[in-house]
Design a protein around this ligand. Sequence first.
Ligand SMILES: Nc1ncnc2c1ncn2[C@@H]1O[C@H](COP(=O)(O)OP(=O)(O)OP(=O)(O)O)[C@@H](O)[C@H]1O
Length: 210
Amino acid sequence: MTLLAVENLTVTRGGLPVLEGLSFTLAAGHALVLRGPNGIGKTTLLRTLAGLQPALTGTISIPPESMAYAAHADGLKSTLSVTENLRFWASVYGTGPIDSALDRMNLRQLAERPAMSLSAGQKRRLGLARLLVTGRPVWVLDEPTVSLDAASVALFADAVRSHLAKGGAALMATHIDLGLHEAAVLDLAPFKALPPEEGGYKGSFDEAFS
Ligand SMILES: Nc1ncnc2c1ncn2[C@@H]1O[C@H](COP(=O)(O)OP(=O)(O)OP(=O)(O)O)[C@@H](O)[C@H]1O
C-alpha cells in the first residue's frame, strides 16, 4: 500500500527552484534515504513535504498532518522535563502512554531532567522519542542522527524498523550509514534544477512576455 506519492514536484529556496520534476512513492513498511551533496535540496524537499513551504509545481498525495517531521530544531520545550515534553506531545497528537518512547530512546534515567539540561545527543534522542508518540504513519526526518553516538544510532535504527514493521514508512535525509540495509536510496542529483540561463525554470521572465 502506498502511503506517500510525490509527482512532478518542484521545490524552491529563496524563490528559485532547487529540485524539479521529482516523483517517487513510499509504501507502507518501507524506508527511503535521500542522498545528494550539500546544498542539493534535501532539507528544502523535506520542508515542502511537511507543509512548511509551498511547492512550485507538483502534487503530494497526503497532507502534512499525516506526517511526523523532525529536523534540526527539535521543537522541545526547554523548561519542561523529558517526561513532560513527551506528555505534551502525546496530548497534542492525541496519543496515549509515553513509556515505550522513553524506553526505546533510552531516556528513563533522564525522565525528570529539564530538556534544557540535556546534552546535544540526549536532546536529539528526546526529539526522536517525540516521533514515537505522534502516532503518524509517515516519518519525515532531516539528519536524524546528528550528535548521536553509535549506540544511539542503533536505537534509532531499531525504532525506525519497528515503525516500518507496524506499517509505517520513513523518508530520511542523511549522510551517514544508518545500518538500515533494507532502506532504498533516492539520489537527488538527476533532479537538480537547471539555472534559467541553461534552460531551467519554465516560469522565466522571458516566457512571461512571450
Ligand atoms: N534562505 C535561503 N535563501 C536562499 N537560498 C537558500 C536559503 N537557504 C538555503 N538556500 C540554498 O538552497 C539550496 C538547497 O539547500 P538545502 O538546505 O535544501 O540543501 P541540503 O541538500 O539539505 O544540504 P545539506 O546536505 O548541506 O544539509 C542550497 O543551494 C542553499 O544554498
